[in-house]
Design a protein around this ligand. Structure first.
Ligand code: MN
Length: 503
């Protein structure tokens, strides 16, 4: 995962020469203080760096070019302490490729009623300057986040923090490589899509690698490496006699460890941030990777089953944006329902590949047969997901655009034990209710796969969609089907007119 401490947000204040050097000195001092406070805020996970106040077209263009060329700079905060005429921003904004949050704040929280004079008004006129600033962003049709409120408020810092996390995930996607072992599961539509459009729009590449080359890496794994991994399993997970040395399934566990080590070597060689595989293309492999994929996800790799490269990339992005936060993120699949009207529930799982970062307590290492793929019994980690609010997010290819759909859910402790279900799972209640959530998801064309997270908030995901410039749909406590259907229709027209078939 990217080291958060290496990344920065540039704090950029707009002004102009009109006010004279004394005022500009004050603007710089106030801006520095705000930048330092944001830098110290625990809500903002990266450094906030003050940049000299912008007072001319050249200074704007130079700063934007520098931002583009500084890999550590993941986004900009812009703010106009005073008035900053927007024509001077046009050339700079035209070339800027980094995400921006426009902070509409004011240095002083309160109006000093007894002493306020024209000097104070001229210095503290963000109410005026930020409207001019907002106009040029809107006039240029450039997406950004607008955060409103006093800079010391926790709510304001949280909103900037959410955007910074989205920007971090975005930076991580630029130039990222995702590996596909084999292709798409035959005849499946939603997991497929246009990888050229994705590279153009998202900045990551998705390429095919031969399973035979992976098998070569697996075959090269030494007994010592397998010993070390099996020891790690023993320490980290609940085990029973059958999976330990001398047990009936011990050989399967060693085979699984060998696959894990080979996969890790391969991904490191490529420099990949995630991968997909499919049970239809496992030639030369003893098992479909189970525990290996689960543990690689826990290390931060994105994963998508059945060739689902969009979900693999999305899982990586959601893992990146939630770095350091409580609660994990996993590849997930909607599986089966409890349709009792009094307690309608969604049981989500996958046949093997669910990330243990979402586990409630210690996962259990088990070996069971798998009904598909025609391979030997794979080792996998079995657990229940921890209870709490969560998001399930799907990224789909609509043909002329990508669409991000977020479903807010509440994971619960399963109402009954499921001793015969040998997979990791999450049981949740969808918001606002089962019927509306499932209907909205299906009308939106959401996949059966998702990036499921106990840490990612809707705000981070919406900010991520804003940065990516893609369609965003939310299913939450306020969702009403009639409005949702109208949004789908309106969006069709908007995207057709806005970008046509350009991606
Ligand atoms: Mn699946």
């Amino acid at each position: 995962m990217p080291k958060i401490a290496n990344y920065e947000i540039w704090f950029v204040t707009g002004s102009q020469h009109l006010y004279g050097p004394e005022t500009l000195k004050q603007v710089a001092a106030d801006s520095t203080e705000i930048a330092h406070a944001l830098d110290a805020s625990p809500a903002i996970p990266v450094k906030v760096v003050f940049k000299p106040v912008l007072v001319s077209p050249d200074s704007v263009s130079e700063l934007m070019a520098a931002a583009n060329n500084t890999p550590a700079c993941i986004c900009l905060i812009t703010w106009c302490h005073t008035f900053s005429p927007s024509k001077m921003w046009i050339n700079g904004l035209k070339i800027l490729q980094k995400p921006v949050v426009h902070l509409h704040t004011q240095f002083n929280r309160d109006i000093p009623w007894a002493s306020i004079d024209m000097d104070f008004m001229n210095l503290n006129q963000a109410a005026h300057g930020d409207r001019e600033h907002g106009f040029i962003w809107t006039r240029l049709r450039k997406d950004r986040k607008v955060v409103v409120g006093h800079w010391k408020e926790a709510k304001v810092q949280d909103k900037i923090g959410a955007f910074a996390r989205a920007a971090l995930a975005w930076a991580d996607w630029q130039g990222a490589k995702f590996v596909r072992f084999g292709d798409n599961m035959r005849e499946v539509a939603v997991t497929d899509g246009d990888k050229v459009s994705a590279q153009f729009k998202f900045g990551f590449s998705v390429n095919y690698y031969a399973v035979g080359d992976l098998v070569k890496r697996i075959d090269a794994v030494s007994e010592k490496e397998i010993d070390a991994l099996v020891e790690e399993y023993d320490a980290a997970y609940v085990t029973t006699a059958d999976v330990r040395k001398g047990g009936a399934h011990y050989a399967s566990v060693r085979d699984a460890a060998k696959i894990e080590a080979g996969l890790r070597t391969f991904l490191k060689e490529v420099g990949a941030k995630g991968y997909t595989n499919t049970f239809e293309d496992l030639y030369g492999m003893k098992q479909l990777p189970g525990i290996g994929s689960q543990r690689l996800m826990a290390e931060g790799y994105g994963f998508g089953a059945e060739g689902d490269w969009k979900t693999a990339a999305l899982v990586r992005a959601v893992k990146t944006m939630t770095t350091g936060l409580k609660g994990g993120t996993s590849f997930m699949e909607d599986y089966t329902y409890n349709l009792d009207p009094a307690n309608t529930l969604n049981l989500a799982a996958h046949m093997l590949e669910v990330c243990p970062s979402i586990a409630d307590g210690k996962a259990k290492l088990e070996v069971h047969p798998l009904g598909i793929g025609g391979k030997e019994d794979p080792a996998r980690l079995v657990f229940d997901a921890a209870a709490g609010p969560a998001t399930a997010t799907s990224l789909i290819d609509m043909g002329n655009r990508f669409r991000l759909i977020v479903d807010e859910v509440d994971v619960i402790k399963p109402p009954h034990p499921m001793p015969k279900l040998p997979v990791a799972r999450a049981v949740w209640k969808a918001r606002p209710n089962f019927e509306t959530a499932a209907m909205a998801w299906i009308l939106a064309g959401g996949a059966h796969h998702s990036a499921f997270s106990l840490a990612a908030t809707t705000e981070m995901l919406e900010d991520f969609a804003t940065i990516a410039g893609i369609e965003f749909l939310i299913i939450d406590a306020d969702t009403k089907i009639r409005d949702f259907k109208q949004t789908l229709r309106t969006n069709e027209v908007y995207y057709a007119l806005n970008q046509g078939w350009a991606i």
